[in-house]
Design a protein around this ligand. Structure first.
Ligand code: ASP
Length: 370
């Protein structure tokens, strides 16, 4: 009898055990462990971050055909390579493009700005991470900083080493960017460029190294913050903020670098070929030679707006020199000295200002050196 009971018990157990292990929920007694419930709840309460992918080294790998790095990875693959990302946020991916950023245009940034603003209008979205190539990332980030209407955090991120490199820097950069978007300390930064743990404002960031992972810095204006040990260490909030509406069509603005012996021909060519604005990258504190000065006066007579930047890495342009072509004489002639803004960004700001029919006084106001 006892054997029969034991035998029946064994049958019952062997029948129920798989149900216990693998069977439908409703058969399994619910083990309500507070940790499990809490972690499930925490996962549900995670913020939503949208990763908008545009391409760049972060999504490139060596191609046997060309022997060089080419765009290859899709947005989802990028996210999958980042361990622990799903513990930080619910990640959604929007593939905007997959190009090397040397192929980017202001028209594409105008479209990207519209796309990002649309995403940020969704109440459940906490912020956006834009993956982008580093070659023109500083300008792309600045274009969005000027045109986005949403105040939610937007972080541009990329990589200096592609995925076939020995130690790609992309995954850690994406992780830190998502961490930054979801951090309360990082809500007043405006659009940033965040690579190698350093947080740079879109206004002051520039690429300083062609291959080194520590390529981005903000010169004399410094970093906004640093990311370490899973935390954003804030140094200060954004310094300057200019907002301009996204135009339907962007004005034509040339960017010309002057040099010793320059005869001013390129300035005249730009005027004669429809430029509404010209950024002249001058030398020193914002000086050009007499031929270029004459060409700039020709442009100003034709109502073309001329902005003066410098090729010098640090410092700003000032009305110091009163000689022919000196900063003072350029300003007196009606050219705008842009302070400490680098040339590619001055071009985008002038483009947006002219596209929005800004007056000369407005434009001078945008370039005021604080
Ligand atoms: N050529 C690449 C790009 O800008 C460089 C990089 O992403 O690091 O798209």
């Amino acid at each position: 009898m006892r054997n029969q009971i034991a035998f029946v018990f064994m049958i019952v157990v062997s029948l129920l055990y798989p149900v216990w292990c693998y069977g439908p929920e409703r058969y399994r007694p619910i083990v309500r462990s507070p940790e499990l419930e809490q972690s499930k709840q925490q996962l549900e309460e995670l913020p939503t971050v949208v990763v908008v992918t545009t391409g760049g080294t972060i999504a490139e790998k060596a191609s046997p055909k060309t022997g060089g790095a080419v765009p290859a990875l899709t947005g989802h693959t990028l996210g999958d390579a980042v361990a622990g990302l799903d513990k930080l946020a619910h990640i959604q991916v929007v593939a905007f493009s997959n190009i090397d950023s040397s192929h980017m245009t202001p028209e594409m940034w105008n479209k990207l700005s519209e796309t990002v603003d649309e995403i940020l209008r969704k109440p459940e979205v906490t912020g956006v991470v834009v993956t982008h190539g580093t070659d023109t990332m500083a300008e792309g980030a600045y274009f969005l900083d000027l045109t986005l209407t949403s105040e939610k955090p937007v972080v541009f991120v990329g990589a200096m080493r592609d995925v076939s490199d020995l130690s790609p820097d992309g995954p850690a950069n994406i992780y830190n960017a998502v961490l930054q978007v979801t951090s309360p300390e990082a809500q007043q930064f405006g659009v940033t460029v965040t690579l190698n743990q350093y947080i740079n404002s879109a206004r002051y960031v520039r690429k300083t190294e062609t291959t080194n992972v520590q390529t981005f810095n903000s010169g004399e204006n410094g970093y906004l913050g640093y990311i370490a040990m899973g935390k954003v260490h804030k140094f200060h909030d954004r310094i300057s903020e200019i907002k301009l509406p996204r135009p339907k069509k962007l004005a034509q603005v040339a960017l010309l670098k002057t040099y010793a012996g320059d005869d001013g021909g390129f300035v005249r060519y730009a005027v004669d070929n429809g430029a509404q604005g010209i950024v002249v990258e001058a030398v020193g504190a914002g000086n050009v030679n007499p031929d270029v000065f004459a060409a700039i006066k020709y442009a100003l007579e034709k109502k073309v707006v001329v902005a003066i930047t410098t090729r010098v890495f640090n410092g700003a342009v000032y009305p110091i020199y009163g000689d022919v072509g000196g900063g003072k004489s350029l300003q007196d002639a009606g050219a705008i000295l842009v302070g400490d803004m680098i040339s590619p960004k001055a071009r985008l700001l002038l483009m947006l200002a002219l596209s929005n029919k800004a007056t000369l006084e407005d434009i001078k106001g945008y370039f005021v050196f604080r």
